[in-house]
Design a protein around this ligand. Structure first.
Ligand code: MRU
Length: 364
């Protein structure tokens, strides 16, 4: 997507053809910083400490991490070690394991001297594929927005609520939950987005709001607890969120707080959609609540909040007493029964084993 006049992806190969450059998301919306990363340790830090984040982008970044490792040492042992190192960085987003498995599956049969070239080529392909998948999700989600708009008076706005950031910053380009929104805006359909701030790290306030503003999408920031109230008053036409891992049964794991939005949506007959590319489906897992590991992050993310001070410095402030402990589960699971539909690159699937099987018969 464009930042000012320039088109950016969230990750690209540097001009040394070895390192990658990424948008360091920790500083947004206050500062737009690009970092160059040329080591596996640097890639691991960028994923763990959330310089890059969002399930698809984590996967693509890890794929480039494998490529960097193959330049340094293309041995079998190094390939297994980089898989382990990067797999440990964030446990919930399945795209990470998907990308690492994909790289290892491709590289293992090759002679070591062929691996670096093949790894960079496949990492670049995974990045390009992500853009294509999101564009297709956008088209399929646009059809839903059009249906909702058609039931309204001509020119009336479609109000969409989203949680966290499943935007272009969470992917390589377009985003998943945001792709239909961007395409609807381009098609001239009046949409307005309620952006959940998404405590504790405020990906909604800091990233989604920045994206919406940058692309001229009318939007309003709300606190995480406002969604239910707005739904009760008929102010939300649909919810679209992303996901870090969706099970073969259609249970959806996403940023903490998603489940509460789904409950409120069900109670108020508001359609609740999840946008996802197929690498986010974990075909090995059925019951999301029992089987998906939920990342537990530092309590400091709850107690300390980043912002910009009046004198223009980006800094943290403490919001709770020094001695108060904080728990920070980063994701929750929304049972399939609360999900209206899964917007995939192939179409909108029912959130059920049968629905996903029908959409991806080769995986069922
Ligand atoms: O902790 P984050 O910021 O990586 O969490 C991101 C999300 O929860 C997104 O909704 C999800 O990764 C889908 S991104 C297309």
């Amino acid at each position: 997507m464009n930042v000012g006049e320039r088109h950016y992806r969230t990750i690209w190969l540097s001009d040394d053809n070895r390192s990658v450059e990424i948008i360091d998301q920790r500083w947004l919306p206050h500062e737009f910083r690009v970092e160059r990363i040329g080591t596996v340790a640097g890639i691991a830090t960028a994923i763990r400490d959330m310089w890059v984040r969002g399930a698809p982008l984590i996967g693509v970044t890890a794929a480039f991490g494998v490529a960097i490792q193959m330049t340094d040492d293309p041995s079998d042992a190094a390939l297994d070690a980089v898989w382990e190192t990067l797999h440990k960085t964030r446990p919930t987003a399945i795209n990470l394991r998907w990308a690492l498995d994909e790289m290892r599956r491709l590289l293992k049969p090759l002679a070591p001297e062929q691996r670096a070239k093949a790894a960079y080529r496949r990492a670049a392909e995974i990045a390009d594929e992500d853009v294509g998948l999101n564009r297709a999700i956008g088209e399929n989600g646009l059809a839903i927005i059009k249906e909702i708009a058609a039931k309204k008076k001509p020119g009336e706005t479609v109000n969409i609520l989203t949680h966290c950031n499943a935007g272009w910053l969470a992917t390589v380009d377009y985003g998943t939950a945001t792709a239909p929104i961007y395409l609807a805006t381009e098609a001239g359909i009046p949409v307005h987005v309620y952006v959940d701030e998404t405590r504790p790290r405020n990906q909604g306030a800091q990233l989604t709001a920045w994206e919406m503003a940058g692309h001229g999408v009318p939007h309003t920031l709300i606190v995480d607890n406002a969604g239910g109230h707005l739904m009760q008053h008929g102010d939300i036409d649909m919810v679209i969120v992303g996901t870090d891992r969706t099970t073969a049964n259609g249970d959806v794991c996403n940023k903490i707080g998603t489940y509460l939005k789904a409950l409120a949506a069900a109670d108020n007959d508001v359609p609740f959609y999840v946008a996802l590319p197929s690498p986010t489906i974990d075909w090995t897992v059925a019951d999301g609540l029992a089987e998906i590991p939920i990342e537990e992050r530092s309590g400091d993310e709850v107690s300390l909040v980043w912002g910009k001070t009046a004198d223009g410095k980006v800094a943290q402030v403490r919001v709770s007493p020094d001695a108060t402990p904080a728990a920070n589960p980063a994701f929750d699971v929304t049972p399939a029964r609360l999900v209206t539909g899964l917007i995939t690159e192939r179409g909108v699937a029912k959130a059920s084993r049968e629905g996903l099987k029908a959409m991806f018969p080769e995986r069922g």
